[in-house]
Write a new protein. Structure first.
Length: 450
């Protein structure tokens, strides 16, 4: 059992300070940077090296996960081109026919955004579904809140909570915890799947009983952008290319970086092709325009992630060693090992604690910033009591991302509410009970898998 020193308590103080900032809706960046400096000075006994360590840790953290914001930038650029040409509308047109009955529309909207969010990330997917399909569902008698709920639960909650296609969240979790990404991808499927099933069924029953499927019917809202002549060709080409990517990933067992590189390269070249034949002489300018816009959005999302990830990365011996040199202690992991060896933790309690901490972390409205903390907790606590760390890490990933996307009325939920024309606070309230049921189901599944 590791020996706990004053340095361990200082590191723990900054961990708790970061969590408190998140809980009271304050940005933890300043606290995190101060923590990086203090821990650097403790490890090196030098102010100069401590200052160097602040930037070095952030740089090391960013290099490890930079592929994800780059992929997000490419995906957002791609979605903008599809939107401007009307290709996106053609791609989802077949689904419109299934939106005539509100009881069925709930599931159609849910599975549609689930599929799109896996490929295009939740924000572009929410914009696509919210501006095209939601007005059609509302015109058929579904209330706006009823239409918005499945978008939050299936989009940011289920699809991004597992993130099996783009693999952004699993990559961050694997890079910062040292757990195999292949195991994370496989293990998260039953945890997220059962959670989504339970949460969505509870939400559907609540909406059914409240009469949310019996609203006033009206004529559907027309799509605001007329599709170009080449849009049908673009839609077929995009769907075919993505289908080929999926086939290659499955048959060649591509995961992690290999899958990300294939998808990113495919989407990038599709964007180039569509720009060339849709915008002709303006194609070069159009491509750089959408690419810059995508990159700005991606950096806005991941800028804070780099800094917070750096602090929790140096909480393990491997991460600290990459910044300060071999032999540097990993304070967070050692604290976790101490708690586990003290007998104060068992598997059910550990799963419940992970759920609570992950839900608190998700209050930042993003869900990615604290993945390093949750992965480190799982890696530190689970093995010490003879449990499997992977299910615990997957539970943390799902809960924090789901919380950020379905429970807090800012961030993704605010944008989603805007797409659907509802209050983000009211939407968060509607999602509360189904989300708690989903978390309870996921926690129980995790306990059995550990």
């Amino acid at each position: 059992m590791p020996i706990i020193t004053l340095a361990h308590f200082i590191y723990l103080f900054f961990v708790l300070a970061i969590l408190v900032c998140i809980a009271i809706k304050k940005d933890p960046m300043v606290i995190t940077l101060v923590g990086l400096l203090v821990v650097g000075i403790m490890n090196t006994q030098s102010l100069v090296k401590g200052l160097q360590g602040v930037f070095s840790a952030i740089f090391t953290s960013a290099i490890g996960m930079f592929v994800i914001p780059l992929l997000i930038a490419v995906v957002i650029a791609f979605s903008k081109v599809l939107r401007e040409t009307g290709t996106d509308y053609i791609m989802v047109a077949p689904v419109k026919r299934l939106l005539g009955r509100p009881e069925i529309s709930f599931w159609v909207l849910g599975f549609t955004i689930f599929t799109l969010a896996l490929v295009f990330w939740p924000m572009p997917a929410a914009g696509l579904v919210g501006t095209i399909l939601v007005p059609i569902a509302i015109s058929a008698g579904m209330t706006p809140l009823a239409a918005a709920m499945p978008l939050a639960m299936f989009g940011h909650g289920g699809a991004t909570g597992g993130d099996w296609f783009l693999q952004g969240a699993p990559t961050v979790l694997a890079n910062t915890s040292g757990l195999p990404i292949s195991e994370i991808l496989a293990t998260s499927k039953p945890i997220v799947g059962v959670s989504l099933l339970v949460g969505s069924v509870v939400a559907w029953i609540m909406l059914k009983r409240s009469g949310a499927f019996n609203g006033e019917k009206s004529e559907a809202v027309a799509h605001s952008i007329e599709a170009t002549k080449m849009a049908p060709f673009s839609a077929v080409m995009v769907l075919a290319a993505l289908a080929v990517d999926i086939y290659i990933m499955v048959t060649q067992h591509l995961v992690g970086g290999d899958a990300t590189y294939l998808l990113g390269g495919t989407i990038l070249m599709l964007t180039v092709l569509i720009c060339l034949y849709e915008f002709k002489e303006k194609s070069l300018d159009k491509f750089i325009e959408v690419y810059k816009a995508g990159f700005v959005t991606a950096i806005e999302i991941f800028g804070p992630v780099f800094i917070i990830s750096a602090f929790f990365m140096i909480g393990s011996a491997e991460g600290a060693g990459s910044v300060y040199g071999e032999g540097t202690p990993g304070y967070l992991v050692e604290i976790g090992q101490y708690i586990a060896h003290s007998g104060a933790v068992n598997i059910p309690l550990l799963a419940v604690v992970q759920t609570l901490v992950a839900a608190l972390c998700g209050m930042d409205g993003a869900g990615f910033d604290q993945l390093p903390l949750l992965g480190s907790m799982a890696k530190a606590l689970a093995p010490a009591i003879g449990a499997n760390a992977v299910p615990l890490a997957c539970l943390g990933q799902m809960v924090t991302i789901w919380t950020a996307g379905a429970l807090v009325p800012w961030g993704f939920l605010a944008a989603l509410a805007g797409f659907c024309g509802v209050s983000p606070i009211e939407l968060a309230r509607k999602n509360f009970i189904p989300t708690l049921c989903a978390f309870a189901a996921g926690t129980i599944v995790t306990i059995f898998m550990m």
